[in-house]
Design a protein around this ligand. Structure first.
Ligand SMILES: Cc1cc2nc3c(=O)[nH]c(=O)nc-3n(C[C@H](O)[C@H](O)[C@H](O)COP(=O)(O)O)c2cc1C
Length: 194
């Protein structure tokens, strides 16, 4: 199985990065091919510029978008790892979606409505949050986490097989709790194809 991991965190020694390393180790242990898109490390430009949009409207895919799309099409499965920022994905990741999931490649419009074109892919979304689980339950804010990425973007592109892990209260985790999450990340990587 080919897996593309789109990872978004500016700090290379963050807890998110530790999760990335373990997921990767699990996937590789299980014999999967892995490509990592580390958006901050690659200094990815997340802005869909006027020129990009004009080119896309004329049916010309800018080289920098084409490069990303090759990796997207290569992948059987997608993993997104990011911290929750204002109840959504970081802007860098939003920009990756803006640029890469283009009309004609990720979805198309027909007389029967929108048709997602990535329906054979599966996805795993891993999110860390500063808020406690209790906070999200009490404020009914869980749907804020799922709606933009899973119910919005991935679903629009036809990806229905989406699983999630949300890790709460990151700043207050004990060492044991952190170790458990990292072990779970390793296991998740290993069993992702099952
Ligand atoms: C710009 C910004 C926005 C944030 N917004 C939220 C939020 O909406 N909800 C939340 O629970 N935590 C929020 N946080 C906290 C982060 O999700 C948390 O610090 C991160 O998941 C911890 O992971 P790390 O140690 O790998 O950075 C925010 C943090 C930043 C920097």
């Amino acid at each position: 199985m080919n897996t593309l991991i789109v990872y978004t965190h500016p700090n290379p020694v963050s807890f998110n990065h530790a999760i990335l390393k373990n997921i990767c180790a699990g996937l590789e242990k299980a014999g999967h091919n892995v490509r990592i898109k580390d958006l901050y490390k690659e200094n990815f430009d997340p802005v869909l510029h006027a020129k990009d949009l004009a080119d896309l409207h004329q049916g010309n895919i800018p080289e920098r978008i084409h490069k990303e799309q090759i990796d997207l099409l290569w992948a059987d499965s997608l993993i997104f790892i990011y911290p929750l920022w204002w109840f959504d994905r970081p802007a860098m990741l939003k920009g990756w979606f803006d640029l890469v999931l283009t009309n004609g490649l990720a979805f198309e419009y027909s007389d029967k409505g929108v048709r997602g074109l990535l329906k054979h892919k599966k996805a795993l979304v891993i999110i860390t949050a500063g808020g406690s689980k209790q906070y999200f339950v009490d404020t009914d804010a869980l749907q804020l986490i799922h709606r933009p990425v899973t119910d919005g973007t991935l679903s629009f592109c036809g990806i229905r097989d989406v699983s999630h892990r949300i890790y709460y209260d990151i700043a207050n985790l004990s060492n044991t709790e952190r170790a458990d999450i990292l072990q779970e990340s390793l296991d998740l990587g290993e069993t992702f194809a099952d």
